[in-house]
Write a protein that binds this ligand. Structure first.
Ligand code: GLY
Length: 353
């Protein structure tokens, strides 16, 4: 088992390893003394892991109430949030009690938001069960629901008190959902760790405990410097501006990690064409994405992607800040006038000889 300390808010640990859900009670006890607890999970994850967590927590002395909501992004809304808040109130949780989020990004984001609101803040623990949640959403304290047709626009920065990432849970993911997490893991190599990227190039199957640990370390370093996403943290959005646009154009038929994979390659190619990226980053990235079984292109025009990107929340006035690679392991923020975005995207989508 590996431990990564996250120095954001009140510092907390992310534990990464095999068999952690069986030991959840004993591990959480090191951070939060046994108390009343609501375990929030979704209808896919509950039959797989909820009983295991409850048994372990009960053995450590916690009183656990389970709250299950329907799985899927459409549940990430005010109604489900209200359901979670109602469960916390019905269980009689006080400020000294605990909420536990068991599941992927939707569960973690909504449960974290409910924990931030209930009694103006009650402690919560993240138990991510997808690779994507392990390397990204469970760490760093971004919580949210979708609202008014837009993703993640109602939320708060609210850090968990502990994250237990049981790598055994990845064994029950579909290949597509697993690849979503691989895409975000590869992203960390491109933005700031060339040696992490080399592991994906070198290994037939990378050691997932090592990969998750390194990704969490990188995310922790960035979040410690920019918890509230005013500058440096935006590097984590590499590939996300075109990626979100691709998700939207596909009416969310293309999943997040797959869209980000396409978006990362588009940005690397555009940065190379613009003379910002000085080496063979795009060529290496394409090879690693293909090896991971991720897509490298989508059938949308630069105009379609630009329209979707400009409808996204990250636009500021007349320019949009993009994350572009300078070389493998180093990305920078690059402001592009809104009027130049379409041609920038087009450069990243031109057929290569
Ligand atoms: N998922 C990007 C961030 O946490 O900032």
């Amino acid at each position: 088992m590996k431990t990564v300390r996250i120095n954001a808010g009140a510092p907390y640990d992310v534990l990464v390893g095999s068999g952690l859900l069986d030991r959840a009670g004993a591990l959480i006890q090191k951070t939060v003394a046994p108390c009343r607890t609501v375990l929030v999970t979704d209808s896919n994850v509950a039959p797989l892991y909820a009983a295991k967590v409850e048994k372990s927590m009960a053995a450590a002395g916690y009183t656990v109430t389970r709250h299950v909501f329907p799985a899927g992004e459409p549940s990430k809304n005010m109604e489900t949030l209200t359901g979670i808040l109602t469960a916390l109130a019905d269980a009689g949780l006080t400020r000294s009690d605990l909420v536990v989020a068991l599941g992927g990004g939707v569960t973690g984001d909504m449960t974290g938001l409910a924990a931030s609101l209930y009694l103006r803040g009650v402690r919560y623990v993240q138990l991510p069960t997808t690779l994507l949640a392990a390397v990204d959403s469970s760490v760093g304290g971004k919580t949210a629901i979708d609202f008014a047709g837009r993703k993640n626009i109602v939320g708060a920065f609210y850090q968990p008190v502990q994250v237990l990432c049981d790598t055994d849970t990845f064994g029950t993911l579909t290949p597509e959902i697993y690849r979503d997490g691989l895409s975000e893991s590869i992203k960390y190599g491109v933005i700031c760790d060339a040696s992490l990227f080399c592991r994906f190039e070198a290994a037939a199957v990378p050691d997932i405990e090592e990969i998750v640990t390194r990704c969490v370390e990188i995310k922790g370093d960035i979040v410690a410097q920019d918890e509230h996403d005013t500058g440096l943290r935006q590097l984590l959005n590499f590939g996300h501006t075109p990626g979100h646009a691709i998700e939207a154009c596909s009416k969310y038929g293309i999943s997040h990690g797959h869209a980000v994979a396409i978006g990362m390659l588009l940005m690397a190619r555009a940065a190379t064409a613009a003379g910002i990226c000085e080496d063979d980053t795009a060529v290496r990235l394409e090879a690693v994405l293909q090896k991971a079984g991720l897509p490298t292109a989508a059938a949308y025009s630069p105009a379609e992607l630009t329209a979707a990107a400009l409808a996204d929340k990250k636009r500021k006035g007349d320019s949009i800040t993009l994350v572009v690679p300078k070389r493998m392991g180093e990305c920078v923020l690059h402001a592009v006038p809104v009027t130049a975005l379409e041609s920038f995207f087009a450069q990243g989508m031109e057929e290569r000889a």
